[in-house]
Design a binder for this molecule. Structure first.
Ligand code: SAH
Length: 451
């Protein structure tokens, strides 16, 4: 997944080119559309949500840091900043915007969206690290970019980090495991005696199923990826035969001895055939997010900020068999068009929540809740009606303006509705907040606005 998506050498997100629209992953002509691209209200309400947190956390006059992981075209952040700019005190509190983006052309696209076409990025560095920056179109806010989250500077005590990741975690690599009953052959070859000779394990324990990692191997002999790409390029998705397949590792490996041995998976191991997906990189990012919000100086009273993780995946169960390719709005095998198709997995929200709580005693988590419910509680319907009215006022009853209103109406509904095309049930929202003894629920998670 990592190589296919973000390798500097031909990764899907890293080889989009601004001079070649056919390499743009987003939109009707690309491979997929995301909520911020479907309706401006999505980003507006995410912006409003962070503002309600800023209000509930004492309305500081400065120090707000907006951080986005995987900003795509920059649409979500642009809608958030435009919304913030209508509330002077909140807008004035935003010192800087940090964007974490692996792809060069996508960073340039985000600069155009947030700063204007004629601007350029300037490379900067200080004792905290190296980044690019450009003044934004929105007030005095400066936009700063890093390629990887580990390059973000540490939060200072005086900052209030507001972190958003929309359809970011589904792009992070997973390890997949299956519980396998040992065959007599495996038992023999697995244990060596002190002279290095294979010995048959005597204890009953060896008869227990063991986790085996599922590995990606070439599907055919003599397969090679040339600089021109894999052989599937000349074929269409329907006729392409997979270049790779999954197979069990023959024995335990360091990953299978550590990752599936967490309490969350313990009850699955005794049943041969149980599968699980684990994303250690996601857990590391969650720990980082929790520490930004929760553990400044290890003092609970220094905790501040909030994070929203919005993605698809089950709210409580462990994802299985979820790796898929996405090309031209169709789900395809993950093993064709490597580097030219999007790859994604279901996000394990419970594992993300656990990782945040394990990393810091000073945070609490809310959710995951369904996106449809979250947007409804934030007032999506009212906002849509108001926008539709103002569109109707400006409309000249031309077919074009009628088409626009209709598209707009379908767009926001798609974000809240269930069903095969709707995103309201499959997408979930998880929030990380400073620990407050569970006394205050955030907006969208059952709570109201605190002012
Ligand atoms: N949030 C956007 C884009 C989602 S696509 C939207 O909703 O429209 C995933 C985004 O994450 C892309 O911008 C991609 O380049 C970026 N990305 C994926 N893996 C990444 C990684 N490991 N590090 C940094 N950025 C990554």
């Amino acid at each position: 997944m990592r190589q296919c998506l973000t390798s500097p050498d031909g990764g899907y997100y890293t080889s989009t080119r601004s001079d070649d629209p056919s390499t743009d992953p987003f939109g009707a002509k690309g491979d997929f559309v995301t909520s911020p691209e479907i309706s401006q209200i999505f980003g507006e309400l995410v912006g409003v949500w962070f503002m309600t947190e800023w209000m509930a956390q004492g309305r500081p006059k400065s120090g707000v840091q907006l951080i986005e992981f995987g900003p795509g075209r920059g649409t979500l952040m642009s809608d958030m900043l435009r919304t913030a700019s209508q509330f002077k005190a909140f807008a004035g509190a935003i010192d800087e915007v940090w964007l974490v983006e692996a792809g060069h052309a996508l960073r340039e696209k985000q600069r155009e969206t947030l700063c204007g076409e004629e601007t350029t990025m300037v490379e900067k560095h200080d004792e905290t690290g190296r980044w690019w920056e450009t003044p934004s179109k929105f007030g005095n806010t400066v936009v700063k970019w890093v390629e990887d989250a580990i390059l973000l500077p540490e939060s200072r005590a005086a900052t209030m980090p507001f972190i958003v990741a929309h359809e970011f975690f589904d792009a992070l690599p997973i390890h997949a495991f299956e519980s396998v009953a040992p065959t007599p052959q495996q038992e023999k070859t697995q244990l060596l005696d002190k002279d290095g000779r294979p010995m048959v394990r005597q204890s009953g324990a060896s008869k227990q199923p063991q986790w085996r990692e599922l590995m990606v191997v070439p599907a055919k002999k003599n397969f090679s990826i040339t600089p021109e790409g894999s052989s599937s390029e000349t074929r269409t998705a329907d006729e392409a035969e997979p270049d790779f397949r999954l197979t069990h590792a023959h024995a335990s490996n360091p990953m299978s001895l550590v990752l599936p041995e967490r309490p969350r998976y313990r009850h699955l191991k005794p049943t041969p055939g149980s599968r699980i997906e684990v994303s250690p990189e996601s857990l590391k990012f969650m720990a980082d997010i929790a520490n930004r919000i929760g553990s400044r100086d290890g003092q609970a009273n220094h905790s501040s900020g909030a994070a929203l993780i919005i993605d698809y995946g089950p709210d409580a169960t462990v994802p299985i068999n979820s790796l898929r390719g996405i090309r031209f709005h169709k789900v395809i095998s993950p093993f064709v068009f490597s580097g030219q198709a999007d790859l994604s997995v279901d996000v394990d929200f419970t594992a993300l929540a656990d990782a945040a709580l394990e990393a810091s005693d000073n945070v609490e988590v809310h959710g995951p809740v369904e996106q449809g419910m979250w947007l409804t509680q934030l007032g999506i319907q009212d906002r849509a009606q108001r926008l539709l009215k103002s569109m109707a006022k400006q409309s000249n009853s031309s077919p074009d303006s009628e088409r626009k209103s209709k598209e707009f109406d379908m767009g926001w509904r798609r974000l809240v509705e269930g069903g095969p095309r709707g995103m309201g049930k499959s997408y979930k929202v998880l929030a990380i907040l400073p620990e407050g003894g569970g006394k205050r629920r955030p907006v969208g998670f059952g709570g109201g606005v605190v002012s």
